[in-house]
Write a protein that binds this ligand. Structure first.
Ligand SMILES: NC(=O)c1ccc[n+]([C@@H]2O[C@H](COP(=O)([O-])OP(=O)(O)OC[C@H]3O[C@@H](n4cnc5c(N)ncnc54)[C@H](O)[C@@H]3O)[C@@H](O)[C@H]2O)c1
Length: 488
C-alpha cells in the first residue's frame, strides 16, 4: 500500500489531464467561438491552473428574483425555509448534500461540494418574485397544493411577506391563464425599464449584495428565433416598436442582464437562447443558462438512453406520455405552449444516440411525447414510457417505466442549485466571461451551448462536466477515470 501511495505521489506531479476528453469535445461544425473557448479551457486544464485566488468568496446576502410564483417557485422558497429551520433535509440538492472526490482514490478526499467551493449559505438567501396573480407566496403555495398545510404553516411568517411584483405579461404567449397583477407601459422597452427599477428597488430594500433571476413562470407559446433576436441593437429597436416576437420572458432576461444579474431559464421558452442575449451576456460578462428543468421523464430518458448506447442495444421506438393536473399542465394544454415543451423534450434522444454514427441501431426511431392535462392528479404527475429496443441478431425487447413523481418536489432542489452555482459563476471571472454556463447542463432538458456545439445530454457526462469544472476552478486535478497508475 505504501508503495502504491509513493508511486501515486510521484505521478501527481506529472500532468495527468487528458485534454481532449469527452467533457469538452466539439463536433465538425463547431464555430470558431466555441472552439476558442474550448481551447482556452483545455490549455488551462492541461496546466492544472487553479483560479481560486480570482474567485470572490460569497459574502453578504444573495437576492433571488423569480418571475412566476407558482408551484415550483413556492416549493423551492418554502423548502429553503423548512431546511433552514432544521425540519427536513435538502434532498435532491447537489450543492447541499453532494460530495466531490479530489485526487486519487487512495487519498480519501471527498469533501462536500458546499465546503469545497464558496457558495452562498441558505441563511443568506432573500427572495422576491413577479406574478400575474396577487397572492403572496404563502397563498400561492397553498393554491399550488404541493406541500401540506401543516408544513407550510411552519414557514408562513416568511412566505406571507413575499408579495408578487406586477408582472410583464402577454396573453398571446400564455393562452390558458390571465390575471390582474400586470404592468402597463408605452412599449416593451418601457416595461423592461420598469423591471429594471424593480430590480434596483429590491436590491436596496433587501440589502442584497448580489442577485440572481430564475424564470419559473409558465411555458410560453412556441416561436422561432426572428430577425429581432439577432443582436442587442435589434432587440432594443424591436422592444421599442412593440414587436410581437419579443416574448415577456425576453423582457425579464434583458432587464436582468442590463442590471448585471445572471439569468437562468427553467422553462423551454427561447428567452436567453438567442444571439441578442448571448451577446449581452458575453459583453457584460454575466452568466446565463437554460432551458427547461430536467426533472421527471427526461431525467429517466437521459439515464436509460446512454445505457442502451453503451451496450450497443438498438432502439426502434420510445413512446412517452404524461398526465398532470397542476397549472403548468393546464398551460401546456394549449398547443402553442405544448409545442415549446415538445421540442425541448424531443431533443435529448437524438443527441445521446447519435444516429449518424450508429445508423443500424438508431437510424429509424419512432419517438413520441404526449402531455395530458388531468386535474385530479394535481402536481403528482405520472409519466409512462414504453421503450422498444432490440438486441443480438435484432431480437426485440420492451421496457416499461411508470414514474409516479412529484413535479415540483423534483424541480425545487434544481432551482436551489442553479441559484447557488450561477452566483458562484458570477464571482468566478473565468466562468462569467463565457456568458453561457454549459457546465450546468446537468439541470436542463435542452442545455444551452456555444453556437455550433451540440449539447451533452447524458446525465453522467453532465455530472462529470460539472464536477470537473469545480475541480478546475480550484486548481485540483481533473478526474479522467483512467486509473492505470494504481497498477504500477
Ligand atoms: N415542475 C417541473 O418539474 C418542471 C420541469 C421543467 C420545467 N418546468 C417549468 O417551470 C415553470 C413553472 O412550473 P410550475 O409548475 O411552477 O407552473 P405554475 O403554473 O404553477 O407557475 C407558473 C406561474 O407563472 C405565472 N406567470 C405566467 N406568466 C408570467 C409572467 N409573464 N410573469 C410572471 N409570472 C407569470 C403564473 O401566473 C403562475 O403562477 C413552467 O414553465 C414549467 O413548464 C417545470
Amino acid at each position: 500500500m505504501a508503495k502504491v501511495k509513493e508511486s501515486l505521489a510521484k505521478r501527481a506531479k506529472k500532468p495527468t489531464v487528458e485534454v481532449r476528453s469527452n467533457e469538452v469535445r466539439s463536433n465538425e461544425t463547431s464555430s470558431n467561438e466555441a472552439r476558442s473557448n474550448e481551447e482556452k479551457l483545455s490549455r488551462k486544464a492541461a496546466r492544472g491552473s487553479g483560479r481560486d485566488g480570482a474567485i470572490e468568496t460569497a459574502q453578504g446576502k444573495l437576492g433571488v428574483m423569480i418571475p412566476g410564483m407558482g408551484a415550483v417557485a413556492t416549493t423551492f422558497v418554502a423548502g429553503v425555509d423548512v431546511v433552514r429551520k432544521g425540519l427536513a433535509h435538502p434532498i435532491g440538492s447537489l450543492t447541499q448534500m453532494g460530495t466531490i472526490r479530489l485526487g486519487k482514490r487512495t487519498e480519501g478526499r471527498s469533501p462536500k461540494i458546499k465546503e469545497f467551493v464558496s457558495l452562498a449559505g441558505l441563511d443568506d438567501l432573500v427572495f422576491t418574485g413577479w406574478d400575474i396573480f396577487e397572492d403572496n407566496m404563502y397563498e400561492a403555495a397553498r393554491n399550488a397544493g404541493v406541500l401540506e398545510r401543516d408544513l407550510l404553516d411552519k414557514v408562513k411568517q416568511r412566505l406571507g411577506t413575499i408579495q408578487p411584483m406586477k408582472a410583464v405579461f402577454d396573453h398571446n404567449y400564455v393562452k390558458r391563464i390571465d390575471g390582474p397583477n400586470i404592468k402597463k407601459g408605452k412599449n416593451k422597452l418601457d416595461l423592461a425599464e420598469q423591471l429594471r427599477q424593480d430590480i434596483r428597488d429590491f436590491k436596496k430594500s433587501s440589502g442584497a449584495d448580489r442577485l440572481i433571476t430564475i424564470w419559473c413562470a409558465s411555458t410560453e407559446t412556441f416561436i422561432d428565433p426572428s430577425a429581432a433576436h439577432q443582436s442587442v441593437k435589434a432587440i432594443e429597436k424591436a422592444m421599442k416598436e412593440n414587436d410581437e416576437t419579443i416574448a415577456p420572458s425576453m423582457i425579464y432576461a434583458y432587464a436582468s442582464l442590463m442590471e448585471g444579474v445572471p439569468f437562468a431559464n427553467g422553462a423551454p421558452n427561447l428567452t436567453v437562447d438567442i444571439p441578442a442575449m448571448r451577446e449581452l451576456a458575453h459583453e457584460r460578462e454575466i452568466p446565463i443558462c437554460g432551458k427547461d428543468f430536467k426533472t421527471g421523464q427526461t431525467l429517466m430518458k437521459t439515464v436509460l438512453a446512454p445505457a442502451f448506447k453503451a451496450r450497443l442495444l438498438g432502439l426502434s421506438g420510445w413512446y412517452s406520455t404524461n398526465i398532470l393536473g397542476n397549472r403548468d399542465g393546464e398551460v401546456l394544454d394549449d398547443p402553442g405552449s405544448f409545442k415549446t415543451k415538445e421540442e425541448s423534450k424531443l431533443g435529448a434522444l437524438e443527441h445521446i444516440l447519435q444516429p449518424a454514427l450508429y445508423p443500424e441501431l438508431y437510424g429509424n426511431i419512432f419517438h413520441k411525447v404526449r402531455i395530458n392535462y388531468y386535474p385530479p392528479r394535481g402536481d403528482n404527475k405520472e409519466g409512462w414510457d414504453n421503450i422498444d429496443i432490440f438486441g443480438w441478431l435484432g431480437y426485440p425487447m420492451q421496457i416499461k417505466v411508470d414514474f409516479l413523481c412529484r413535479d415540483s418536489i423534483l424541480a425545487a432542489p434544481i432551482v436551489l442549485d442553479l441559484v447557488l452555482f450561477l452566483d458562484l459563476a458570477q464571482r468566478a471571472p473565468e466562468l462569467r466571461r463565457l456568458g453561457i454556463q454549459e457546465w450546468l447542463s446537468f439541470y436542463f432538458k435542452s442545455p444551452m451551448t456555444a453556437p455550433g456545439l451540440y449539447p451533452e445530454h447524458d446525465l453522467f457526462i453532465q455530472l462529470m462536466k460539472l464536477k470537473n469544472t469545480l475541480r478546475h476552478l480550484k486548481g485540483e486535478e481533473l478526474i479522467t477515470h483512467l486509473g492505470l497508475e494504481y497498477y504500477d
